[in-house]
Design a protein around this ligand. Structure first.
Ligand SMILES: [Zn+2]
Length: 144
């Protein structure tokens, strides 16, 4: 799992993997987009995590999970394993820890707001973050 992310994510120098409550809860919701597990809720989520991929459930130790991560071709620095937890890569251990914390708190926000029709960042606001802060999103259009 960790090796697969290191192999495909060239800039990764550290990887954090947790079984944190809100991220695991998010991974089990039926409406989750596998190419953008969370909507563009806050600037800091986008700046630290980019978009978050969701890969299907695999039992612990199943080597297929590594293939699923490799299938993302390094386009995501944050990945949710369904019914399991987040895997987040960073250029330093500190950056990976902060990004994992941001993912967990954004998942918590999503759960708090679920069903309340919240306003997310608009495509123009996301485009502005991409332009000004160099936010990297795997595919243009993920949030449109
Ligand atoms: Zn685990």
């Amino acid at each position: 799992l960790h090796t697969a992310l290191y192999q495909t994510r060239g800039t990764a120098q550290a990887i954090v993997h947790l079984h944190s409550t809100h991220s695991v809860a998010l991974s089990m919701l039926p409406e989750i987009d596998p190419r953008a597990a969370l909507p563009p809720m806050t600037a800091y989520y986008l700046m630290k995590c980019g978009a978050t991929a969701l890969v299907p459930y695999y039992r612990p130790g199943d080597p297929a999970v590594a293939d699923a991560i490799k299938g993302l071709a390094g386009k995501y620095s944050s990945v949710l394993l369904a019914n399991h937890g987040p895997v987040v890569a960073g250029e330093t251990l500190e950056a990976a820890v902060f990004a994992t914390e941001e993912l967990e708190e954004t998942a918590r926000l999503y759960l708090l707001l679920r069903g309340l029709n919240p306003r997310y960042l608009s495509p123009d606001q996301v485009a502005d973050l991409v332009k000004v802060f160099g936010v990297q999103l795997p595919e243009r259009g993920d949030y449109h």
